[in-house]
Write a protein that binds this ligand. Structure first.
Ligand code: 3PG
Length: 408
């Protein structure tokens, strides 16, 4: 395995910041997020060369854009399928996201999608727009009264919503639907304890996605793109869908097969598809409602996401603390005194022994040490009494299996 070069951020004594961190941004990051970084300790913007961190939204980040200087990546949003997470892990770079920060915005758009998919709102608006040249008010009213039967819809109260994926967004969608008088069923084989706590006990648990598809009048998808979820909604699954159900996808384009949706609509298996990921071949159909990817595009969500991701980057750059990373274990330690080393390594036996041996050889006393693994990697925060010299950091970096070392 090839190890990346040392990432060496110091040395500077705790409480005496002498390093100015640089953060490179992609996309429009809300100014409130940028303002998290103290102007005298950080330089932030799209033009930063050799940055310590990257802060981005949906920009598809290429490995070549992640310079050797990069120590952390922050996604101001939920999905990280635009970041090469595996190669970051191998390089000892944590990838942070902002779980829940845009959940309310997405939930509100799903609510709109449910209503737009149930009532003749859009065709009704389009019809009225066509009457702009009609000047006689009475004639217009008469015509509209006569034609309104064409725009009749149904109510969502009493209907069943199936929510696939009950994380921060899915659980809010489920609770919202209950408050609108819907019956809610849910499926999530990997539900976290926090998500389960957030979820109303009125949400009926389904044991399989097929069972959910067979029972729901509306299905809302709230899943990340993973190997296991790519094209999850495919021809086979759609065959077991309850007749005339409508599918809402405000999660990711890749989890749904566009061809399978078109086929199921054409065959009358499903009655509608509502999504913020238009796909060629779907646009213009009456049974499809498509919009740009605007689930998280609200003032509030953009601020929440930018602030959350910026704070996570800041705490990692300054203290090595890890909160809301998708590839590093959560690990935090308050700063008290002394110096802090952080070490990333592959998760194999005797790594910790090799690391502490280097410290012992150099007569460095450990004040506090946290070690946690996640999958194939492990992360250590080590507070020490004496200031490690550059040669200590070099010796730690040279240990086989160590992928990154920082002195903070
Ligand atoms: C997310 O993953 O949080 C959403 O897809 C939002 O994406 P955006 O930051 O591009 O709006």
């Amino acid at each position: 395995m090839a190890y990346t070069p040392l990432t060496y951020a110091g040395p500077f004594k705790y409480g005496e910041k002498i390093t100015v961190f640089s953060v490179k941004t992609f996309n429009n990051i809300a100014p409130e997020g940028i303002a998290v970084f103290d102007k005298k300790d950080y330089s932030v913007g799209p033009e930063q060369a050799g940055p310590d961190a990257i802060l981005l939204r949906s920009h598809k980040l290429q490995e070549a854009e992640i310079d050797a200087s990069v120590k952390a990546i922050g996604r101001a949003g939920a999905g990280v399928n635009n970041v090469p997470v595996d190669s970051c892990t191998a390089r000892g770079i944590p990838v942070f996201n902002a779980p829940g920060a845009n959940a309310n915005a997405v939930k509100e758009l799903v609510m709109a999608g449910l209503l737009l998919g149930s009532r003749g709102i859009i065709p009704g608006i389009k019809y009225v727009d066509e009457l702009a040249s009609l000047e006689d008010n009475d004639a217009m009213n008469k015509l509209l009264e006569q034609e309104k039967k064409r725009f009749k819809g149904g109510e969502i109260q009493g209907k069943t919503l199936g929510v696939v994926g009950l994380g921060a967004i899915g659980s809010q969608v489920a609770n919202m639907a209950l408050s609108m008088g819907m019956n809610v069923i849910g499926y999530d084989p990997a539900i976290s304890i926090e998500a389960a706590w957030r979820l109303s006990s009125k949400v009926e648990k389904m044991n399989s996605i097929e069972a959910l598809f067979g029972k729901a009048d509306f299905i809302s998808l709230h899943l990340p793109v993973l190997d296991a979820t790519r094209d999850l909604v495919n021809e086979k699954l759609l065959k077991v869908a309850k007749p005339n159900c409508k599918i809402l996808n405000f999660a990711r384009a890749e989890i749904v097969s566009g061809e399978a949706i078109i086929k199921a609509l054409d065959a009358g298996i499903i009655a509608g598809y509502i999504a913020d990921f238009p796909k060629p071949g779907m646009i213009g159909r009456e049974d499809v409602l498509l919009m740009p990817h605007i689930g998280a595009s609200t003032e509030e969500a953009e601020v929440n996401c930018a602030v959350m991701a910026a704070k996570e980057l800041q705490d990692y750059l300054e203290n090595g603390n890890v909160l809301n990373s998708v590839n590093f274990p959560p690990l935090s330690l308050d700063r008290t005194s002394g110096y802090r080393l952080t070490v990333c390594n592959i998760n194999v036996p005797s790594m910790l022994g090799s690391i502490t041996a280097v410290l012992a050889e150099n007569e460095i006393n450990v004040i506090d040490l946290l070690n946690k693994s996640r999958g194939d990697m492990a992360y250590n925060i080590i507070d020490v009494e004496q200031q490690p010299t550059e040669s200590v950091v070099t010796a730690l970096t040279a240990i086989e299996g160590v992928t990154a070392v920082r002195l903070l």
